[in-house]
Unconditional design. Structure first.
Length: 211
């Protein structure tokens, strides 16, 4: 079994595509892959978000506002995850749909509305979204990204659950690359994560790195 950690910008359109690619893969592999969506908040995600909305990414006030909004969305997501990964992912996808497709403005009221849609315990969600535990979970995510060398959203780290001493960092990953790894398309891909990495590195793919 492989473990996939997808690092995302909650307001990134490319990240939404990546999330759906992972969900698509999960639906076809019958439990042979485990995955998590890990929110990433750094200078790059802030810049990407402002650029996506056509805003001046050099404006300090706009950067601060974007940072605050992204942080609270991530806290909402972590609070939702405390009630189960499935409900947490449902909350995240609903939030992204409302903000990016319906172009709703983010607010605490919207977060609560989505929490109810995702069938979360609303009182627990409201308490958790500003809790010390959610902040600790956020900090742990950023530490994980740093340890894995992840600096950009839409990056995935893939581990072989049976041999977790090696992993593959895929920058700007695409569905086919991940599918090739997870479905053991060739004999080279039927072995360890290190050998997966060696196979792809021999293809001179600049987006793959061995951890």
């Amino acid at each position: 079994m492989l473990e996939v950690y997808l690092f995302i910008n909650p307001l990134g359109t490319q990240c939404v595509r990546c999330e759906h690619d992972v969900l698509k893969l999960d639906s076809t592999l019958d439990g042979n892959v485990q995955y998590q969506f890990i929110p990433l908040l750094n200078m790059q995600t802030i810049t990407n978000t402002l650029d996506a909305y056509g805003l001046n990414s050099r404006d300090l006030q706009l950067r601060n506002n974007a940072s605050d909004t992204l942080f609270q969305i991530i806290m909402d997501y972590k609070a939702a995850l405390f009630q189960g990964r499935k409900r947490g992912r449902a909350f995240l996808l609903q939030m992204q749909w409302r903000l990016m497709h319906e172009q709703r403005e983010y607010s605490a009221e919207l977060a609560q509305e989505i929490a109810q849609t995702a069938k979360l315990d609303l009182d627990m969600f409201v308490d958790d979204r500003s809790s010390k535990l959610a902040r600790q979970a956020f900090t742990a995510d950023q530490k994980m990204a740093n340890e894995m060398g992840v600096t950009r959203p839409s990056s995935a780290v893939v581990f072989d659950a049976d041999r977790s001493d090696y992993g593959i960092l895929i920058d700007d990953f695409d569905y086919q690359t991940l599918a090739d790894i997870c479905t053991n398309k060739t004999q080279e891909l039927q072995k360890s994560a290190q050998e997966f990495a060696n196979f792809y590195l021999h293809q001179s793919n600049p987006d793959l790195h061995v951890l």
